[in-house]
Design a protein around this ligand. Structure first.
Ligand code: PHE
Length: 462
């Protein structure tokens, strides 16, 4: 049933692993993981997260890459090739990245702005309040995103950067860029972590981040910790965005699947852990041990951290390195989103890469401008009570992605059978070490976790 195509391929296993790790390492690792870990009892969260990564994350990631490699198709064709009635899953897997990409690029634009400010030595300005025309004092961040020109310009630059990489293709674009940027990212993060750990008072923050806090742990809190770790993991590993299927289709048959998935997981988790070693102690020192400063959501990265860099010795330099790091992490994630959509459009409409890229570029600009305008000219407009950016984020992350992952588990676990994936794993290997664990995860535990992720936002709302 599998179709042979003249599909592009990654030139090496390392190229594949770094490209997939590049997709996985993103804003989620750098700001979301550290504050979730700090909030959910430090070491306990880290432990739960690790256990889930090698079981739940492993099974879902392996499944998607195997589907991609076995079918050799973009998401639209891949699910249909697995089971002919499953075309709607392919559509979902193409629409999800198509909806995430525009708003991710809007945030990418904000990161570029901050990176530019720090690199040209204007970083301290980002920590100062700005007085508006009406005499009101707002944060630099609030004033920047509330403006139309700046965010639009940086958004456009960010989308153009993405499109440039995608136009170059799989080997010359994605693989080359990942092989160059991922090692730079790793060196930067290790360097900054070592520096912040040596700050006076950092030790208290590190203890808060790493040591398990059993005293404050209740059954309810443990449940919330597991649910929080699950949804973080799911997002962090770029699961149910069509990305892993697409990148899997570019993976040569002789590379070991099991091994590659392990390496991607280690990379992703290590970067998230190191980001925590930077952010938690830094914010702790800055706020004098007040852990609520860690809870500031997106404001943590754009408002609190610049203030931390302002007070830290050598902070402007570290701030510049930090925002370069964040920009690299964001870029390698958004190119994976764009590639997924471009590949689907190429295959479906039999277009060249250039034409497909132009179409996706246009759609991204149009939809992304909604998110950009949502903070300025159209700040009064909401969809179901949410701003455009939050709306796109909610329907993809909280609804469509868990549903797609759940359906994928049912498809592989119960309809075509886990053999579909197991046979693919055995292509590059003599044996599939984690076979039993894989079967149990995909058939029983992953679907249960998916249902938990799906209902949690609604239950907590109520
Ligand atoms: N995995 C990314 C992260 O941890 C999230 C992401 C990847 C989002 C790819 C979009 C596209 O931040």
């Amino acid at each position: 049933m599998e179709k042979k195509t003249t599909h592009s391929k990654f030139g090496s296993k390392l190229g594949f692993v770094l490209a997939a790790a590049g997709s996985a390492v993103g804003l989620g690792n750098i700001w979301r993981f550290p504050y979730l870990a700090a909030k959910y009892g430090g070491g306990i969260f880290l432990l739960v997260y690790l256990i889930l990564a090698v079981t739940f994350g492993f099974a879902l990631m392996l499944t998607e890459i195997a589907i991609g490699r076995r079918t050799g198709r973009s998401v639209l064709g891949a699910y249909q090739t697995v089971e002919k009635h499953c075309a709607p899953l392919g559509w979902m897997a193409a629409v999800i990245p198509g909806l995430i990409l525009p708003y991710y690029c809007a945030i990418g634009g904000w990161v570029l702005k901050y990176m530019t400010m720090f690199v040209i030595g204007q970083g301290t300005a980002t920590a100062q309040p700005v007085v508006t025309g009406t005499g009101e004092s707002v944060s630099f961040f609030g004033s920047f995103i509330g403006d139309l020109g700046g965010p639009t310009l940086f958004f456009l630059i960010y989308v153009i950067l993405n499109a440039a990489v995608i136009l170059l293709g799989v080997q010359k674009g994605i693989e080359k860029v990942s092989k160059l940027l991922m090692p730079v990212l790793a060196v930067l993060i290790v360097g900054i972590a070592i520096y912040t750990m040596t700050l006076d008072g950092a030790w208290e923050g590190i203890k808060y981040y790493i040591l398990p806090d059993f005293e404050r742990m209740t059954a309810e809190k443990l449940f919330k910790t597991i649910a929080g770790a699950c949804s973080q993991l799911f997002y962090s590993m770029s699961i149910a965005m069509g990305i892993l299927v697409t990148y899997g289709s570019y993976m040569k048959k002789e590379y070991s699947l099991e091994n590659s998935v392990r390496q991607i997981e280690i990379f992703d988790t290590a970067i998230a852990f190191l980001a925590g070693l930077i952010i938690v102690p830094a914010v702790f020192v800055f706020s004098g041990g007040d852990s609520s400063a860690l809870n500031a959501g997106p404001g943590l990265m754009f408002i609190t951290l610049p203030q931390v860099f302002e007070t830290m010795p050598g902070g402007q330099f570290i701030g510049a390195a930090f925002f370069v790091l964040v920009a690299l992490a964001a870029l390698t994630s958004s190119i994976s989103l764009m590639e997924t959509v471009v590949a689907a459009v190429m295959e479906k409409f039999r277009l060249t890469r250039v034409k497909s890229c132009i179409i996706v570029f246009g759609i991204t600009i149009a939809l992304g401008m909604l998110s950009v305008l949502g903070y300025s000219a159209w700040s009064g407009v909401t969809v179901f009570g949410l701003q455009f950016l939050d709306f796109f984020d909610f329907i993809t992350n909280s609804l469509m992605m868990p549903i797609l992952a759940l359906l994928t588990c049912i498809l592989i676990g119960w309809v075509v059978g886990t053999k579909y994936v197991e046979e693919e794993v055995l292509h590059g290997e003599k044996k599939f070490g984690a076979k039993w664990m894989y079967r149990i995860m995909i058939r029983f535990l992953c679907p249960i976790f998916m249902i938990i992720i799906l209902i949690t936002p609604f239950v907590t709302e109520i």
